[in-house]
Structure formats: structure tokens, C-alpha cells
Design a protein around this ligand. Structure first.
Ligand code: ADP
Ligand code: ADP
Length: 228
């Protein structure tokens, strides 16, 4: 589903953020990316949906070459859900409108279709009652669940998470992780940058460890954490 081959990326002429990164994520696989701050985790997943360009190597997403000038990037990005540390909801739009906007503008769904999908997903993440509120009226954990629902509304082929729980108060972390665990169980292809080793040991199929821009370990979970 996601094939990353020999990717080198520089920020500016001198700083190499990714060094010969090669890995892949199979359909239905959950891969956790961990490593110290500044090791390139966020950069790596941003390269997957072309939020960051890279200079060398190749990334192929569901058969489409990401770093090909002919690739329609907005269309490609719409097919990959991305959830960030800061929820990045549109503050001036109600929750339900946050979920409908891209469905209508990018996928061309009718308003009725978009609303139906949005309501179903809000129900799924336990936030049906918040549909008409604004993001600022919700807790951080609720906003992050909305962000996940918004990404799912696009029927993504894979989901990328960049430290989805790092900005949350401790008591809100599990409500977000629970949604991610459900997604993983349903067979969603996921790449997750996180420091939540509980999630990694419970849900990940593989764990990638990065250090100074390199993938220094890429192991089956059982190898990474030791046998159960
Ligand atoms: P991580 O997600 O592992 O914390 P990042 O991928 O965010 O690491 O960053 C990797 C390195 O690249 C860090 O040294 C960071 O400061 C640098 N970096 C990230 N984004 C930029 C940018 N837009 N311009 C320059 N350097 C950047
Ligand atoms: P993340 O943890 O998601 O990488 P950061 O807080 O590290 O987020 O970075 C926030 C933004 O600043 C990102 O867009 C990143 O690309 C950019 N950034 C990070 N490090 C640097 C840097 N050294 N120089 C310029 N921009 C940077």
C-alpha cells in the first residue's frame, strides 16, 4: 500500500532530515514510527502524502508515485487521511460543517450525502451530540476524535497520524487511542508516529525506530518488544 524506497530529504542545502529511508506498509498493516524528537518521524510521514517534498528516492502510494510531477497531489492527499498533533479543525465552522467541507469541495458529494456520512462518523466516535458546536467548545480529546472522523469521511485508503495524543491532557489520551484501536481492528492501513508504547505493543504489527533521519530498526512488534 505504501512503499518508501531510498528516500533522502534535505531542508535547505545543508540539513539532511531523511537518510536513505526504505520501508513499506502493507494493506491493513499498522506501523508505529518512534524515535527521539527531531529524528525525522514527522518528516517521513509528511513525505508519504506529499505535504513535504523530498529530493531523492521514491514513494508509491497504492500504485501511484507520489514524487511524480504528473501526479495530482490534491487528489492523492484526499485519499490519505492525516491527523496531526494539533487538531487543525476550522475554528469558524461547526463540527458537522468541518466534516462536510472537503467531502463536498474535494469529492463533490451532495450536501445531503456529506451530512449523512458526517453524522454516521460522529456517532461512531461518540460525538453525535456535539455536531452543532464549534471546535473551541469541545475538549482536546473530542476535537481530536472529530479530526479523525473528518479524515475518515473522505474514505481514505490509509491513515497517517503524527503524534495524535501528544497535545492532550492525560485523561483524554485513551478516548483517542480507543478510536485508533478500533480502526486498526477494522483493517485500516495506518502509519502512526507516537510515543504511546502501550498502543504500539497492543496494536502495531511493526515498529520502526528512527534516529537522526535514519530508519535504524524496522521490526515485527514481537521482535521489538520481545516475545509476549
Ligand atoms: P520528529 O518528528 O522525529 O520530531 P521532524 O521530522 O519534525 O522530527 O524533524 C526532523 C528534523 O528536521 C529536525 O531537526 C527538525 O528541526 C528539522 N525540520 C523539520 N521541519 C523543518 C523545516 N520545515 N525546515 C527546516 N528544518 C526542519
Ligand atoms: P512536528 O512535531 O509535527 O514535527 P514541530 O512542532 O516540530 O511539529 O514543527 C512544526 C512546524 O515547524 C512544522 O511545519 C515543521 O516542518 C516546522 N519546523 C520544525 N523544525 C523546523 C526548523 N528547524 N526550521 C524550520 N521549520 C521547522
Amino acid at each position: 500500500m505504501i512503499e518508501i524506497s531510498h528516500v533522502n530529504k534535505w531542508y535547505g542545502p545543508a540539513f539532511q532530515a531523511l537518510k536513505d529511508c526504505t520501508t513499506s506498509v502493507a494493506r491493513g498493516e499498522v506501523v508505529v514510527v518512534c524515535g527521539p524528537s527531531g529524528s525525522g518521524k514527522s518528516t517521513l510521514i509528511k513525505c508519504v502524502n506529499a505535504l513535504e517534498p523530498f529530493q531523492e528516492g521514491e514513494i508509491i502510494l497504492d500504485g501511484i508515485k507520489v514524487n511524480d510531477p504528473k501526479t495530482d497531489l490534491p487528489k492523492l492527499r484526499a485519499r490519505v487521511g492525516m491527523v496531526f498533533q494539533h487538531f487543525e479543525l476550522f475554528p469558524h465552522l461547526r463540527i458537522i460543517e468541518n466534516l462536510c467541507l472537503a467531502q463536498e469541495k474535494v469529492l463533490g458529494r451532495s450536501h445531503a450525502e456529506a451530512i449523512a456520512k458526517a453524522e454516521k462518523l460522529l456517532d461512531r466516535v461518540g460525538l453525535k451530540a456535539q455536531a452543532n458546536k464549534y471546535p473551541a467548545e469541545l475538549s482536546g480529546g473530542q476535537q481530536q476524535r472529530v479530526a479523525i472522523a473528518r479524515a475518515l469521511a473522505m474514505d481514505p485508503i490509509a491513515m497517517l497520524f503524527d503524534e495524535p495524543t501528544s497535545a492532550l491532557d492525560p485523561e483524554m489520551i485513551s478516548e483517542v487511542l480507543d478510536v485508533m484501536v478500533d480502526l486498526a481492528r477494522e483493517g485500516m492501513t495506518m502509519m502512526v508516529v507516537t510515543h504511546e508504547m502501550g498502543f504500539a505493543s497492543k496494536v502495531a504489527h511493526r515498529v520502526i525506530f528512527m534516529d537522526q533521519g535514519e530508519i535504524v530498526e524496522d521490526a515485527l512488534k514481537t521482535d521489538f518488544f520481545g516475545s509476549p
